[in-house]
Design a protein around this ligand. Structure first.
Ligand code: TXA
Ligand code: MG
Length: 323
């Protein structure tokens, strides 16, 4: 019986690729979060991903590619704007919604005429897709609705017995999912993520927002409650919480707080002492996993600035707080 979590050596990646070619499900590292991958062109394999995650099938998956030829197999058309975005931001944490190619099973796209496509930058993800020689449909490798995994251990703790293999390459560098956009006919952000919208706007001008705060989402998976630890979480300035209401709770601070601001909390965690959004993003999910394991009664999460990566961090915190 092979080890469930395997260091992502070239030999291990080759074995994982063989599992994928045979219809298996493999958890693998990307620069954003760990993904739960299956051959995107094999509907039976993709069905196992939905089953393992406990994910509703109305929630479509992102297809991961490594080159032009794979892109051409999954998308039927690439507009001039999409082409520019790929040249500028791929490989990297940007997912583009494109017209779906016929080879992609309806299950992957939840029956939509479009497909979400991303070219990851992580060398292990790229090596795995290239060796599997097929695009990989991969959601984040967490049980549906739970905190996303930024380490192989997070996957092991929640899904270990159900996947065929977990490739370990250490912590994900961004620690937040990809930014999802539609470029045509109007540039629109569907999910804030590891690529700040400001960088996209510098290239394409202003983006509209369709972040699913209403009842008819363009992206069905962006549910109001998502990324949630079991421990109830709320977004609030810890210093405004009455000291008497801090016992058995955690303060999740963005920057280093004054001692008195968090006095009385059972646990205090700081995402970035210097207030660096990139560092805070990279530590967010990891810290939520850690706090959730303490089985406290509540997590009070300090709001972060609503700009750059802060938008994506706030988005995750707000959804994590929805009940
Ligand atoms: O960084 C990431 O994007 C990670 C890594 C593994 O690549 N993946 C990821 O997948 O975050 P997941 O399944 O957790 O989120 C995919 C999101 C869902 O909210 C889904 O609704 C949206 O992408 N989506 C997929 N296909 C879509 C489509 N055709 N139109 C609109 N939204 C789509
Ligand atoms: Mg997810």
């Amino acid at each position: 019986m092979p080890e469930m979590v395997t260091e992502a050596t070239p030999e291990a990646v080759e074995r994982a690729a063989a599992l994928l070619r045979g219809g298996g499900v493999v958890a693998f590292p990307t620069e954003t979060v760990y993904g739960l991958g299956a051959d995107a062109l094999n509907a039976v394999a993709v069905a196992r991903v939905f089953e393992i995650k406990g994910r509703p099938t109305f929630d479509p998956l992102i297809v991961h590619v490594v080159d032009e030829a794979m892109l051409a197999r999954v998308a039927s058309r690439v507009s001039e704007r999409a082409r520019r975005a790929m040249e500028r931001f791929w490989p990297g944490p940007l997912t583009l919604i494109l017209p779906k190619g016929d080879a992609v099973p309806e299950l992957v796209t939840a029956g939509l005429p479009t497909v979400a496509v991303r070219m990851p930058a992580h060398p292990v993800a790229r090596d795995l897709i290239a060796r599997a020689a097929t695009p990989l449909a991969a959601p984040s490798a967490n049980p549906f609705g739970y905190v996303s995994p930024t380490r192989a251990e997070h996957v092991e703790q929640t899904l270990a017995q159900r996947v065929d293999c977990i490739l370990d390459a250490g912590p994900s560098s961004h620690g937040l999912e990809s930014t999802i956009v539609v470029l045509d006919p109007h540039p629109t952000v569907l999910r804030y993520g590891a690529l700040p919208v400001e960088e996209l706007e510098a290239e394409f001008g202003p983006f509209a927002r369709d972040l699913f705060e209403g009842p008819t989402p363009l992206s069905p998976g962006r549910l109001p409650r998502h990324y949630s630890p079991r421990t109830p979480l709320r977004v609030i300035e810890p210093r405004l919480v009455p000291p008497g209401a801090r016992a058995a709770s955690a303060a999740l601070c963005f920057t280093q707080p004054d001692g008195s601001a968090v006095e009385g909390y059972a646990c205090v965690r700081v995402l970035s002492e210097s207030g660096d959004l990139r560092e805070a993003a990279a530590r967010l999910f990891e810290t939520l996993h850690e706090l959730d394991a303490l089985e406290l009664t509540r997590i009070d999460a300090q709001p972060v600035p609503d700009r750059d990566l802060g938008r994506a961090i706030l988005d995750r915190l707000r959804r994590a707080s929805a009940r």
